[in-house]
Each structure stands twice: as C-alpha cells, then as structure tokens.
Design a protein around this ligand. Structure first.
Ligand code: ADP
Length: 523
C-alpha cells in the first residue's frame, strides 16, 4: 500500500471513525435526553405547584393558630376578641370564624364575623351539615387527640354565599374538644393570599394561574389574562384547600416542548458542525502530510537522478581522458574529437552543478536581483543567436514572432536562465515534431514570452505539480530523459521574485506552451 494511502487510512481510523460512532450514538441518545429533560422539567413544575399548595395550607394553619387561643374568651355576646377581630376585620378572604360544642349542639354557637350576622341563612346550613357529618367529626377529634390538626372542607347544601366552610377541631384543656371553623371567600383568598405568592414564584420564568374548574375560566394569573390560554398550561394540579380550583404552570414565552426541541436541535447542529470541522481538519492534515511525503519521495528521486546525471559525463570524461593520456589515439582528428567530448561533458557537469547552486540560492533568498529596463526583443534575439547552434544541432527548427517595442522591468541574468530552462525543456520533451515557437506580447500590466513546443505534453493532473521542487512526471518514455526536477521550480521562483508569473497550457500528445510574464517598465 502507498504510504499516503496508509496515512489516510490511519487518520480515518483514529479520528473519523470514533467521531462518527460518537455522533451516531449522540444523535440516537438525543431523543432519550429530550424525554429525560422533559421529565425533570415536569417534576420541577410539579414541585413549584406543590409549594404553592403547601403555602396555602400553611396560611390557613397560621390563621387557626392565631384564632384558636381566643375561641374561648369569655366575652359578652356579639363582641369579638381583639386578635380574632384583627384577623377577620383586616383580611378580605376570611369572612367568619365560628366555634360550637361537639357534644351539646344546643349550647352556644359563637360567631366572630364582621360581615356574617348570626341571622345569616348560611349558619343553619352549617349546623345542619355538621350534624350530618358526625362520623367525619369523630375522626377529626381522634386525629386531634393524636396531635394532628386536620382541616376539612364542609359541604353546605344550597350554600347561599360564595364562601367555603373549613372546619377543624379546637381543643380546650386536655379533654374538651369543640368544632371550630372558618368561612373563607376563595376568590379573595386566591387574589390576596395566593396571588402575591404566585408572583414571587413566577418571576420572569413561569406563568402561574389559578383556574376555576367550572367553566375553565381563570381566577388569577401572573401575566396579562388575554395572553393566557388555560389549555397551554404545561402542568395542572388540584388546589388542595379549594378543590373547585386548580393550579396551572407553564414556562413563560416559549412552551416547555418548544424549549426542549430547540435545545435538541441546537445540540444536533452543534454535533454536525463539529463533525464537519473534524472532517475538514482531517482532510487538511492529510493533504499536508501527503505533500510532505511526496516531497520526501521526490527528494529521494532527485538524489538518484542527480547521481545518474553526474555519473554519465564523469564516466565519459574519465574514459576519454585516459585514452588520451595513454596516447592510444591514432589520428589528430580523433584527438580533437575526444577533446570536444571532454569539454562538452564538462560543460554539462557544470550546467548541472550551476542549476543546483542556483536553485538553493534562490530558495534560501540569497540570490540578488538587479532589475532594469529591458527591451524584450533585443534580449530574446541575443539569447536565440547564442542558442541557435544548439537548437539546430539537436535537429530543431524554431520561429520567433516579436511583439514589437515592449520594455519590461527584470533581471537580465534571471531572464536568460528562465528562457534557457524553458527552451531546454521544450527540446527534452519533444519527440517527432521538433519545432519550437517563441513569441512575445503584452497582457495587462505585463509583457510576456511564450515558448511553445509540439512534444509529449503534460496531463492536467501533472500540470498541478510540475512547478513543485524535485517533481518529475513519472510516466511515459520521456520520463527516462535526463533531469533533476528543479528546472521549472527554479523558473517559478525566479519569476515570482520579480513580481511576475508563469502559466502552462498543455495537452498530452499535442505539446505545451509556457508563458512567463514580467512587469512592464513603467518609466
Ligand atoms: P526536469 O526537466 O529536470 O525533470 P523540470 O522542473 O524542468 O524538471 O520539469 C518538471 C517536469 O515537467 C518534467 O519532469 C517534465 O515531465 C515536465 N515538463 C516540463 N517541461 C515540459 C515540456 N515542455 N513538455 C512536456 N513536459 C514538460
């Protein structure tokens, strides 16, 4: 397996696979989380309503605690003990307090009230109902004996008032028990006692309401009534002391379901977002690693290429020099030929060494450029006149179409280096059609030189890499041709250092055109 493929597989195994498993697991557990959150929320709401019920019970309990010590005060008829008066007189919800002997029904039936006279039609009904509830009263007494004060609602037949009657057992001394009770206006109780409590509990987070079961109408709500629909309550519970009423609660603004759904949705988006980031990250890491691995591979190839490049001329030089040294050359003409070969191969060697030095200097930013105003045609004519011989020697014909009077701003040495590299490549990578076309022109703020050949061409995939250092196309017969993989990389560096650019257009089998752009001279 190729090393880059192995790295890709490893990355996928280490990062992507666990992330994918985690995401699938998280997504499937989101639903159960949603249910769990809803359950917890429901319990919380339940607890709030419980606390409201508890509070109402406590209020009634505290009222009883305040009136009980004064129920037996020996006062003239129609007068009310001060403590009871304070409570009944100042509390709109508490209309009356009464007390009666459990054994002797004909004994005193004392009423402490500012609004209910003894003649009120409600009292005979209270007495009748008490008589009918003997069993219940006996049970309340037994509770009281064991130390537990229970308060019960007394049902009144044809109750003429809107007040509810609550009864409890009043203990006098150690063994004397009396029935005591209160008339409470539930609407006032809700308004004046429960209401303020609901407001404190609700704050901005909840909407709490008291609903009349009959007719499903709202008795009290912590928001403006027109915005409240009783059906929208997330949870309703019975109101303990007034069972005709119920307590309702919901989250203010959005409903509970919406809230949970929104949460689940944002979790889902977050998860998908994280996955996407992870995938992008892994792809980026993979691409970088691949680049490094490819570079290392190309470097290794470069070393073997260069060794090969150097070995051939060295072998030739050493062979011919040895022959000459041993005086084994028969004719003077042959001698001249051998000298020529030695000189040519030496040039080739120094060409290679120069290229490598040039490359390393440019890459280390140690190369100094001396840009000047250059007449493009004059420069190219100069280069072509010295290169003409080499070209025709290799069997190439060339055409040159100058654009005319174009001045560019460039370093002369670099320009020559660039052009020679491009022409050299055109020669190296041409097979049957040995024709090179050179032209110049102006495009925007640039003057360009184009070198076109009719050789092997370059595939789209390779075009992306040919400017990378050490890169050589590895397929095709001409891959075996000599080269270091540094030429185009050097050309690119040289041209970019002068704020120019290089482009390539090529089709495999049809040839290539390289275009180098230099900034036009502005003066
Ligand atoms: P080298 O020629 O030493 O291999 P270069 O950097 O000059 O290195 O070129 C890189 C690769 O680009 C070459 O290996 C070759 O495959 C391809 N190439 C460059 N110029 C041409 C061209 N004119 N025609 C076809 N292929 C080319």
């Amino acid at each position: 397996m190729k090393s880059t493929h192995r790295i890709g597989l490893l990355l996928a195994l280490i990062f992507l696979l666990p992330a994918l498993f985690f995401s699938v697991y998280e997504m499937s557990s989101l639903n159960s989380d949603e249910k769990m959150i809803q359950d917890i929320y429901q319990k919380q709401l339940d607890a709030i309503l419980f606390s409201v019920n508890q509070y109402s019970d406590d209020v009634i309990g505290s009222w009883i605690a305040r009136v009980e010590p004064h129920l037996d005060d020996d006062l003239p008829a129609d007068s009310i003990p001060k403590k009871i008066y304070d409570l009944v007189g100042l509390n709109a919800a508490l209309s009356a307090v009464f007390v009666i002997d459990t054994v002797d029904w004909s004994s005193k039936f004392r009423i402490y009230s500012t609004s209910f006279k003894a003649s009120d039609p409600v009292w005979p009904r209270v007495q009748q109902s008490l008589r009918d509830s003997a069993a219940m009263i006996a049970q309340l007494v037994s509770y009281r004996k064991s130390g537990f004060q229970k308060i019960v609602k007394l049902e009144l037949q044809n109750n003429p008032s809107s007040n509810h009657c609550l009864v409890f057992i009043h203990q006098r001394g150690t063994s004397d028990y009396k029935i005591a009770g209160m008339l409470i206006d539930p609407e006032q109780f809700v308004e004046n006692v429960v209401g303020p409590r609901l407001q404190t509990v609700a704050r901005d987070q909840f909407v709490l309401s008291v609903v009349r079961k009959q007719g499903d109408s709202i008795a009290y709500t912590t928001t403006a009534p027109d915005t409240t629909a009783t059906t929208a309550e997330a949870l309703t519970k019975d109101f303990w002391i007034f069972p005709e009423y119920s307590l309702g609660i919901r989250t203010s603004g959005t409903t509970l379901q919406q809230l949970v759904r929104e949460r689940t949705q944002s979790n889902l988006f977050l998860l998908i977002g994280l996955d996407v980031i992870l995938i992008i990250g892994v792809v980026l890491v993979f691409r970088n690693l691949k680049k490094e691995v490819d570079l290392a591979q190309n470097k290794a190839d470069f070393v073997s290429n260069v060794s090969h490049e150097i070995r051939t001329p060295l072998a030739l030089i050493s062979m011919f020099a040895e022959t000459l040294e041993m005086n084994r050359v028969p004719t003077e003409a042959k001698k001249q030929e051998y000298y020529k070969i030695i000189s040519k191969e030496t040039q080739r060697l120094s060409g290679i060494v120069n290229k490598i030095l040039n490359f390393s200097q440019t890459e280390a930013n140690k190369k100094h450029f001396h840009p000047e105003s250059l007449h493009i045609d004059t420069e190219i004519n100069g280069i072509l006149s010295t290169y003409q011989f080499h070209l025709s020697n290799k069997g190439f014909e060339y055409t040159y179409s100058p654009a005319g009077d174009v001045w560019i701003y460039a370093d002369r040495e670099a320009l020559i280096e660039i052009l020679i590299n491009l022409i050299d490549n055109a020669i190296k990578y041409s097979a049957e059609t040995k024709r090179i076309e050179i032209s110049t022109g102006v495009e925007g703020a640039f003057g360009y030189i184009a070198v076109r050949d009719h050789g092997v061409g370059i595939s789209k995939k390779d075009q992306k890499h040919i400017f990378d250092k050490f890169y050589r196309v590895s397929s095709g017969n001409l891959a075996k041709s000599r080269g270091t993989g540094l030429g185009l990389s050097l050309v690119k560096q040289l041209i970019e250092a002068q704020e120019g650019k290089i482009t390539v257009q090529s089709e495999p089998g049809k040839g290539s055109q390289f275009k180098v752009y230099f900034p036009l001279n502005k003066t």
